[in-house]
Design a protein around this ligand. Structure first.
Ligand SMILES: Cc1cc2nc3c(=O)[nH]c(=O)nc-3n(C[C@H](O)[C@H](O)[C@H](O)COP(=O)(O)O)c2cc1C
Length: 368
């Protein structure tokens, strides 16, 4: 098998077998508090989770973030993810399709997602670094066609490329490459990070200069790709590489902060992801302005157990979200966005240090 295919399998195995999550640099949701209402004036059953994202209807504001494809094991995972996503009316992205653009025999490990989820909101995925170096406009169209995608994720992963053995930490010209990719397809581009978050300065450039239609922040606090690569370097006896990367294992903008940075500076839909580990995290993310919540590693762990485990995991998230809405008196997502939120501690300090008027932002959010 090719080095890319081997790498894909190693990534899945390391994510399943090792502790690859951040613990010191948390997602920040522990500093976001929803104010309890003892008079919610609605029944739990009244709570409605339906939403629209980029013109597409979803039964709940939840997405399985980009993970995999390009390997037989990945095909089974995509199959399980897609089947459950279709059944529950959620959204899903596939992992980087580069391997299948190089070797067409791998296309099926991605297109299985569309076969199993004929009506779901499905997102194709390619890396920004590869857009610069080796993908043509026709490759980008092929990636979209491969899964009959409703949108294209362009993933931004400088921390990962830098820390990865034989990575490609070359991002010169990245904004122009994303703009060209957006021009070459007729579905929207969603720029996404991969666990280090998006700053407001970068959000503005992505929207204004690269024609990006939505942003998935994929902030810090969940899966750390640097940790994954430190483990891989150690496995391959590359101790020096591991030591260089290790200090960046908890690098990045925590997810809650990234949502506020992005949402306070650009007017595009935002997916909160990176360390979303419960339906309460989802509720907090939506309350501070996100349009969807995205989850990767917990869905992978469940999917390898099978469809039933994944269905259970997603049901727990959805019912926790519903409960948080009930307890804040929020009949729908619009009301959740108007719920009283208190932001304390590190998150408040960070936001203020970045010059964002947090209280002004939260007030404006309530009027949207
Ligand atoms: C096994 C695995 C593979 C991933 N592969 C990709 C990928 O190919 N493309 C991408 O954009 N993000 C990829 N990601 C990153 C996720 O989409 C997500 O941004 C990140 O894991 C943070 O979310 P989490 O904390 O819920 O895991 C991958 C994540 C995991 C766990």
């Amino acid at each position: 098998m090719s080095p890319i295919v081997d790498r894909k399998l190693e990534h899945i195995n390391v994510c399943l077998e090792k502790d690859v999550e951040m613990h010191r640099n948390t997602s920040g949701f522990e500093d976001v508090w929803l104010v309890h209402r003892c008079l919610p004036e609605l029944d739990l059953d009244d709570v409605k989770l339906e939403t629209e994202f980029l013109g597409f209807k979803l039964r709940a504001p939840l997405m399985i973030s980009a993970m995999t494809g390009g390997h037989p094991k990945a095909k089974i995972i995509n199959e399980v993810l897609a089947e459950v996503v279709e059944e529950m009316g959620l959204a899903m992205a596939v992992g980087s399709q580069r391997a299948a653009l190089i070797d067409g025999r791998l296309a099926d490990t991605f297109s299985v997602a569309r076969r199993k989820a004929p009506t779901a909101f499905l997102v194709a995925n390619i890396g920004a670094a590869q857009l610069i170096s080796d993908l043509s406009p026709s490759d980008i169209r092929r990636a979209v066609e491969m899964i009959d995608a409703d949108a294209l994720n362009v993933h931004l992963n400088p921390t990962h490329e830098f820390s990865q053995l034989r990575g490609e930490p070359r991002f010169r010209g990245v904004l122009q490459a994303i703009r060209k990719a957006a021009e070459s397809i007729d579905v929207p581009v969603i720029a996404k990070e991969t666990g280090c978050g998006v700053s407001r300065e970068d959000a503005v450039r992505l929207v204004e200069e690269a024609n990006v239609k939505a942003i998935e922040v994929a902030g810090a606090g969940g899966t750390s790709w640097c940790k994954v690569e430190v483990y891989r370097s150690q496995m391959h006896g590359e101790q020096l590489k591991a030591r260089i990367a290790d200090v960046f294992s908890e690098w990045g903008i925590p997810t809650a902060l990234s949502v506020v940075e992005v949402k306070s500076s650009v007017d595009v839909p935002v997916i909160a992801s990176g360390g979303i580990r419960s339906g309460l995290d989802c509720a907090k993310a939506l309350a501070i302005g996100a349009d969807l919540a995205g989850v990767a590693l917990p869905a992978l762990r469940a999917a390898v157990e099978g469809g039933e485990a994944l269905r259970a995991m997603l049901t727990v998230f959805i019912e926790q979200l519903r409960a948080a809405m009930f307890l804040t008196g929020s009949r729908g997502l619009r009301e959740l966005r108007r719920a009283d939120v208190v932001v304390l501690g590190r998150v408040r300090e960070w936001i203020q240090a970045r010059g964002v008027d947090l209280d002004g932002y939260l007030k404006v959010r309530r009027t949207l």
